[in-house]
Design a binder for this molecule. Sequence first.
Ligand code: ATP
Length: 297
Amino acid sequence: LLQMFQPLSFLGVMYRQIKQSMTDVERMFTLLHSPKEVEDAPDARPLAVAGGEVKFEHVSFAYNADRPILHDLSFTIPAGKTVAAVGASGAGKSTLARLLFRFYDVNQGGIRIDGQDIRHISQDSLRAAIGVVPQDTVLFNDSIYYNIAYGRPDATRDEVIAAARAAHILNFIEILPQGWDTVVGERGLKLSGGEKQRVAIARTLLKNPVILILDEATSALDTKTEKAIQAELLEIARSRTSLIIAHRLSTVVEADEILVMDAGRIVERGRHPELLAKDGLYAHMWALQQQAEEETA
Ligand code: ATP
């Protein structure tokens, strides 16, 4: 009996693992770099969403104990507002998003959504409340319909079409020879960076999350597409609590608060005009970016 049971139980574990890895697409997003498992607390409750206020309270974090990454960060994203994190590569911007999505637990301090510490709520309910538009969207080797409907598998066809329209990808889909049934992804039609981002936007519109994480693409899209997509992303962010991981400062001009990060610390914070007036790191980054843009133009 034992001989029979062991392989069966192994298969059970494998099945759960495969199912988990297929159902949790966000795990494949570039937000994440091989996370260790975070478990639900035994008494985990579903998140009770009110407006979607996000609070980081004295958060410190290290991926490895010998190398602290975030140092005592506190900030609030009031319900429906937008906070943007900017700073050099490696400053810890994406780490904020990984902690909010609870790929990892903080080492000190805590993160609350509408007053509830995210360590005490079920991961399913947490992740249902948060939409992620990642830097690089992972597509399944499946139809483009499936890839968009993934945002909310019980959505009606009309809702999927409406999301594609709002993400400005409907015309593209409708003129494909196989339309919505076109297989995309590694083994199907390869989409451009801009098209992939639009799939991610359509998925997120369908999911309609109260909290949004935008991890702005670093990869260059052509300027026209980039500007259009930036505008679409800001539009989605407008009505939700949003954390924007920004690589271009033009994206953050309208943010309610900008956190300027350096080596895991918030070194300046405020709105765009206030930060320019401070004439510090942000003003310097802004000047460099303006200069670079002028040179390209
Ligand atoms: P970028 O603008 O390049 O995306 P970032 O500001 O988002 O950078 P993070 O990705 O948050 O930076 O990384 C912050 C620091 O944490 C970096 O020094 C990085 O090397 C380190 N780091 C990121 N992920 C891991 C991981 N899984 N294990 C160990 N260290 C990591």
